[in-house]
Design a protein around this ligand. Structure first.
Ligand code: PMP
Length: 406
C-alpha cells in the first residue's frame, strides 16, 4: 500500500522515537496494548491541567465541563459502534469488567438445565466469569471447538445450539491466533433459538469498526487501551432491553435513584451500571482515541495491516523449523509461532535485546495452547504504525535468535 501516510502517523507516537537496549524500539506487542498518540496524551494533560472535577453531581463550572466532555465521549463511542441509544453505552474499566458485569447479571437469571456456549478460542476473561456463573446457577458450559488452522468448527456449533441454549459468548478476533470469527453467522444461529450473544471485541476494536445494530448483537465489549486509548477504561454495549432486565453489577453512589435503610431503587441506564466515580479522564481520552483512529480510517488501517501481515507471514515461513499457529483464511495482524526445539521465552528475550517487543507465553488463552499441546508461543502483533522495515527487523532478529539457541 503506497499512499498510507505512515511517516506522518509515526510522528504522532512519541514512544516510537525511543531506544530499547540501545536499538530503536520495534513495538510488536499491540495485541497486549497499543501505543498512545500525542492527540490522546494531550487530551489527558488538558483534562488534568484545566478541568479535573467529579462529574454528574456538581453545579460548579469545572464539574459541568468534565460532565459534558465525559458524556460527549460516550456519544462518540455510541456513534462509532452505531448503537441506537446512548443508554446502551456503559463505561467500564475494560473488557474484563464488561464481561463480568454481564455474567453477574445472568447469574440471577439462569438455572439448572440451561446451557451456555463458549468458544475454544477465548481469552481467560471470556471463560472464567462464565464458569463462576455456571457454578452459581447450575447452567452447563458447552464448548464450541476449534479446528487445527485456528478457525471455529461451525458444523459443531450447529449441533451445539439447541432450545436450552440461553447465551453464547465468543470473541470477534482471537488474541492468541488472530482468527476473525464468523460472528454474524454465530449470532444469527443463536437468535433462532432465542439465545443472547456476547461478543468480546477487545481484539477486533483496533482493526474493525463493528456495527452493533447490523450485527444484531446483544452485548459487545471493548477496552480503550487496545485502540490507542488509556488503560483502565472500556465500554460495554448492551441492548437496552437486556440492560433494563439485568441486575446491577455493583452498588454504590451514582447508580441509585432513592436510598433509605429500608429500600434502595436504582437509577436508569446507563448509570445503573456505573457505580462510583468512574475513570473520567480515561473515558474522555477514549473518545479522543476513537476520533484519532477514525481520522486515519478503519478501511485504510485494515488494508495496511493486512499487507504487513502477508509480508511477515511469508518471511517467517521461510525460516526452517518455524511453525505458525493459526492460519485461518480470515485473520488480523497477529502471528503466533514457535521454532522447533526452542522455548518461546528464549526467543522473546533475545529479540528484546535487539529492541523488539514481542509477547511470549500462553496469551491468557490456555485452552488454545492445550489444543496444540504447547506451553506457549511467540506472538508478534502489528498495528497501523508499524512499518515494513520493522517486519524485516523482526525476521532478522528471529533468525539470529534461532542461530544462537540451536
Ligand atoms: N479478550 C481478549 C480477546 C483480549 O485480547 C483481552 C486483552 N488481552 C481481554 C479480553 C481482556 O482485556 P482487558 O485486560 O483490557 O480487560
Amino acid at each position: 500500500m503506497t499512499n498510507f501516510p505512515i511517516d506522518k502517523i509515526r510522528l504522532d507516537f512519541p514512544i516510537l522515537q525511543r531506544k530499547v537496549n540501545g536499538k530503536p524500539l520495534v513495538y510488536l506487542d499491540n495485541a497486549a496494548t497499543s501505543q498512545t498518540p500525542k492527540q490522546v496524551i494531550d487530551c489527558i494533560v488538558e483534562y488534568y491541567s484545566l478541568y479535573n472535577a467529579n462529574i454528574h453531581r456538581g453545579v460548579h463550572t469545572l464539574s459541568q465541563e468534565a460532565t459534558d466532555a465525559y458524556e460527549a465521549a460516550r456519544e462518540k463511542i455510541r456513534v462509532h459502534f452505531n448503537a441506537k441509544h446512548r443508554e446502551e453505552i456503559i463505561f467500564t474499566s475494560g473488557t474484563t469488567e464488561g464481561i463480568n458485569l454481564v455474567a453477574h447479571g445472568f447469574s440471577k437469571r439462569l438455572k439448572k438445565g440451561d446451557e451456555v456456549i463458549v468458544s475454544a478460542l477465548e481469552h481467560h476473561s471470556n471463560i472464567v466469569p462464565w464458569q463462576m456463573m455456571c457454578e452459581e446457577t447450575g447452567a452447563k458450559l458447552r464448548v464450541l471447538p476449534m479446528l487445527p488452522n485456528g478457525e471455529l468448527d461451525m458444523n459443531a456449533y450447529a449441533d451445539l445450539v439447541n432450545a436450552n441454549t440461553k447465551l453464547v459468548f465468543v470473541n470477534h478476533i482471537s488474541n492468541a491466533l488472530g482468527t476473525i470469527n464468523p460472528i454474524k453467522q454465530i449470532i444469527e444461529k443463536a437468535k433462532k433459538v432465542g439465545a443472547a450473544v456476547l461478543i468480546d471485541g477487545a481484539q477486533a476494536a483496533p482493526h474493525i469498526k463493528a456495527d452493533v445494530q447490523d450485527l444484531d448483537v446483544d452485548f459487545y465489549v471493548v477496552s480503550a487501551h487496545k485502540m490507542c486509548g488509556p488503560t483502565g477504561v472500556g465500554v460495554l454495549f448492551g441492548k437496552k432491553t437486556w440492560l433494563e432486565k439485568l441486575h446491577p453489577y455493583q452498588g454504590g453512589g451514582e447508580m441509585i435513584d432513592q436510598v433509605s435503610f429500608e429500600q434502595t431503587t436504582y437509577a436508569g441506564l446507563p448509570h445503573k451500571f456505573e457505580a462510583g466515580t468512574p475513570n473520567i479522564c480515561g473515558g474522555i481520552a477514549f473518545g479522543a482515541a476513537i476520533d484519532y483512529m477514525n481520522t486515519i480510517g478503519f478501511e485504510a488501517i485494515a488494508q495496511y495491516e493486512h499487507d504487513l501481515l502477508v509480508k511477515a507471514t511469508q518471511a517467517l515461513f521461510e525460516i526452517d523449523g518455524l511453525k505458525i499457529y493459526g492460519t485461518a483464511k480470515e485473520k488480523t495482524s497477529v502471528i503466533s509461532f514457535n521454532i522447533e526445539g526452542i522455548h518461546p521465552y528464549d526467543i522473546g528475550t533475545i529479540v528484546d535485546k535487539l529492541g523488539i517487543a514481542v509477547r511470549t507465553g500462553h496469551h491468557c488463552a490456555k485452552p488454545i495452547m492445550d489444543y496444540y499441546k504447547i506451553p506457549g508461543t511467540v506472538r508478534a502483533s502489528f498495528a497501523f504504525y508499524n512499518t515494513f522495515e520493522e517486519v524485516e527487523a523482526l525476521v532478522q532478529a528471529v533468525k539470529k535468535a534461532k542461530e544462537m539457541l540451536s
